[in-house]
Design a protein around this ligand. Structure first.
Ligand code: ATP
Ligand code: MG
Length: 417
């Protein structure tokens, strides 16, 4: 394919909603270009998930132009120049060309510009400063193509200065290297990240959390966290990560097994940690984890059910019933990561497969049946049910109703007066 209109055939670029958004933004003489991740990923054949667009139109004008074409707009960060076009198939983040005029290490005061080069220079890495016209023509103002080809993540301009503008860039450096880099990280950039690490303390828990989880999801996450540990960065953002050995093994298992197309970062985070419930609580508060993620980590790290690779089917059914599928799978992954690499692979895999195909059995015993056996209305009903359920679990979830009624009668006779 010729170098011009290089991305003309990219699927996302030819979708009707994409064309409608680009058309609307350019309806009045303005220019809009795809920017950042979508161009980068399209050029290296990686999946394009979200589409970012840069435009010469001001946010208010862009909003009006889109709405004039019946496209819904949400003013997500309008003061920083960003609005979101919401279409039935995708969300498009649209940012007016801008320069950062004042920064404090966390956020920037911005000014709009008509200059594409200025807009490119305020971005973080050369590979993230690529643009593409609606017809697929790629623009590369800062040599990002060459770095992308070499799989090299490099700061635009002076690394120290760029980090001091926004310390999150330290974590973004490790994220993009883990996802798209090859070999060792760029030495100069890495050194700057290490030297500026204390500034990470300025950042909000949410921003740090989002980046850490994105790094944790990468295929090369093991190496990334090792590099962050070696450069003293992990001690600033995640001093709790005392089990990188287990984390690395889990990442390797997931990669080898090919069962993760989209790795879940929470079990990966759990694998790094050796914490009790209070420890998880403190971590969750600092990183503003959702209650759901906090509870999941707590359960994963404190549950005492015996999970070994040689569990019998019967033990698996019992564990699944008592723990639930999600916790069971999280514990299996942790157990697998604790095992000697390459050992018992078949068994560990089978446990996960069993969990996936498992359907929770339901004790066929209604309140009416318990009442009919002579138990008065009230808390006794629940207690009797629990008694029968315990036996039922031990019986490997027998589904013979006759035996269950027999057991019910025995429990009632012995314990209900
Ligand atoms: P992905 O969406 O795959 O995570 P991306 O490159 O699109 O990757 P985003 O976080 O969506 O990353 O940001 C879009 C673009 O905005 C980036 O490619 C980069 O050019 C710029 N950008 C985002 N955050 C920063 C930042 N903190 N400092 C400088 N530039 C940034
Ligand atoms: Mg993006």
């Amino acid at each position: 394919m010729s170098a011009d209109k290089e991305l003309a055939r990219a699927a996302w670029l030819n979708e009707a909603d994409t064309k409608a958004v680009m058309g609307a933004l350019q309806a009045d003489g303005g220019v809009a270009r795809f920017a950042g991740g979508c161009v980068r990923n399209a050029l290296i054949g990686e999946k394009v998930s979200d589409i970012d667009i840069a435009t010469t139109e001001t946010p208010e004008r862009a909003k009006a132009l889109l709405e004039a074409k019946g496209i819904k707009v949400v003013p997500t960060g309008i003061e920083h120049g960003t609005i979101t076009a919401v279409t039935p198939t995708r969300h498009f983040e649209i940012t007016t060309l801008r320069v950062d005029v004042k920064t404090d290490g966390r956020r920037a005061d911005v000014a709009f510009t008509g200059d594409w080069l200025e807009d490119a220079k305020r971005r973080d890495f050369t590979i993230n400063a690529l643009y593409c016209d609606a017809d697929g023509t790629v623009h590369d103002p800062l040599g990002g193509r060459e770095d992308l080809k070499a799989r090299r993540v490099r700061f635009i301009g002076d690394a120290h200065q760029r980090i001091r503008e926004d310390y999150l860039r330290i974590l973004r450096f490790f994220r993009f290297h883990a996802w798209y880099g090859k070999g060792d990280p760029d030495a100069q950039s890495l050194r700057a990240c290490a030297e500026e690490r204390e500034g990470l303390r300025k950042l909000s828990g949410e921003r740090v959390r989002d980046e850490l989880l994105k790094i944790a999801k990468a295929d090369e996450a093991g190496a990334a966290f090792r590099q962050m540990a070696a450069s003293g960065i992990l001690a600033v953002v995640l001093p709790e990560a005392s089990r990188l050995d287990r984390f690395e093994k889990l990442v390797a298992i997931e990669a080898q097994q090919l069962f993760v197309l989209d790795a879940d970062p929470i079990p990966r985070l759990g694998a790094m940690l050796d914490l009790d419930a209070d420890g998880v609580k403190a971590l969750a508060a600092r990183l503003k984890l959702s209650n759901k993620d906090r509870d999941r980590l707590t359960a994963m790290l404190t549950d005492k059910t015996k999970i070994v690779c040689y569990l019998s089917m019967r033990e698996v059914r019992r564990a699944l019933y008592l723990m639930g599928r999600d916790l069971f799978k999280d514990r299996v992954l942790l157990g697998w990561a604790e095992d000697r690499p390459g050992h018992n692979t078949f068994q560990w895999r089978a446990l996960l497969a069993m969990a996936d195909s498992w359907q929770k059995p339901e004790l066929p015993l209604t309140g009416d049946m318990i009442k009919a056996a002579g138990v008065p209305e009230g808390p006794e009903i629940g207690r009797v049910r629990k008694e029968v359920e315990e036996w039922w679990i031990d019986s490997d979830f027998i589904d013979d109703e006759f035996s269950i009624i027999e057991r019910l009668k025995a429990v009632v006779q012995a314990t209900v007066y």
